[in-house]
Write a protein that binds this ligand. Structure first.
Ligand code: ZN
Ligand code: ZN
Length: 346
């Protein structure tokens, strides 16, 4: 072996210093030879409400994906983190890439993993565009993934499973958009009949005769706005009563008012206008701009609402961020793991 070959052989066998990034995405110092732990998935929020979990990630312009696993839905799909594959329904609020880029992967991967075809509800105006994207991708992939596409206009409803209804509501953004409201719909015996304490066979006979013995009770469970600009979006019927309202609020700094108006997003001032009218148990803020550190945003919000009474509880989705580790096997399971301890400037 000549000198040059020896040097090449040594080069291949000597371990290279591994430069990697930590969980914050910051590059490791150049002189570090100790690899740091790289998370399997980026930080995702998991929040347990009394009714369902909220799982997701939402940063303006980057990615928004918010799953309610027990209700079998994922709102928007900027990317497709593995846990959201388990939801049969993807409720897409609009076509901006940070909300929709994971869609083809979601549909294709469900087929690949032997799951039933995904159903996508979307604003009616973008249904053709989505079909074209799926067909264009098929020229690369070989086939259009199995799916069902349901165009939605404000006020229209779809039954997701018995008693679980989704209703589209109007939002106001730079492109065609809708929000989604999930309703628990129950048929209840009319109060006047309940008072009479009638036996079952009498009620059955009344029903057979075609008499209406029940009324419909809708319990608004969750509302998700997607991107929107008007405080009025939040105060619509059903939306302002949902147990959990997940709304965008992109901008908080006074100097970002113009940006909010240009991009048709909510600003803290709009949220403050709507908050006293909301009867939600929990308002979850999503889609905060990368220009604003969410803790600073939270301080502005809590300062502004200090002393105001009868407001719903307000939290930020990403304050519940933690790291997830994928369990081996099919798409279903995920387990939260302790987030690494990092110094965060406040
Ligand atoms: Zn967005
Ligand atoms: Zn948008």
């Amino acid at each position: 072996m000549n000198q040059r070959s020896k040097m090449l052989a040594m080069k291949h066998t000597e371990p290279e210093p591994i430069l990697t990034s930590d969980s914050t995405g910051a590059p490791a110092p150049a002189d570090s030879t100790v690899p740091r732990q790289v998370p399997l998935l980026p930080a995702m929020a998991i929040l347990k409400t009394p009714y369902f979990h909220v799982l997701g990630y939402s940063v303006a312009g980057e990615e928004s994906v918010v799953q309610l696993p027990e209700l079998n839905v994922v709102f928007d799909i900027g990317k497709c983190p593995r846990p959201v594959l388990t939801s049969d329904f993807c409720l897409l609020t609009h076509g901006h890439i940070d909300h929709s880029a994971g869609l083809v992967y979601y549909l294709s991967q469900r087929t690949f993993q032997g799951m039933s075809p995904g159903t996508v509800l979307c604003p009616a105006a973008i249904a053709d565009g989505l079909t074209q994207i799926l067909q264009a991708w098929a020229t690369l992939e070989g086939k259009v993934p199995a799916h069902r596409l349901v165009p939605m206009r404000p006020g229209e409803e779809v039954e997701l499973r018995k008693g679980l209804i989704v209703r589209a509501f109007a939002t106001c953004h730079t492109v065609a958009s809708v929000g989604f409201l999930l309703l628990d719909r129950r048929e209840k015996l009319k109060p006047e009949l309940l008072e009479q304490n009638l036996p079952g066979h009498v009620l059955r006979d009344m029903k057979k005769r075609g008499e209406k013995i029940t009324y419909t009770l809708d319990i608004p469970l969750a509302a998700y706005t997607g991107d929107t600009s008007m405080a009025e979006t939040l105060t619509q019927d059903g939306v302002c009563e949902a147990r959990v309202l997940i709304t965008e609020c992109t901008f908080f700094a006074p100097e970002h008012r113009r940006r909010a108006a240009q991009g048709r997003h909510l600003h803290l001032d709009d949220l403050l206008e709507a908050l006293p009218k909301l009867r939600n148990e929990l308002v979850l803020i999503a889609h905060v701009s990368r220009r604003t550190y969410w803790r600073w945003a939270a301080r502005q919000l809590h300062r502004a609402i200090a002393g105001m009474e009868h407001l719903p509880k307000v939290e930020f989705l990403m304050e519940h961020a933690q790291h997830l580790q994928v369990r081996p096997g099919k798409a279903a399971a995920f387990i939260p793991v302790e987030p690494p301890i990092t110094e965060e400037a406040d």
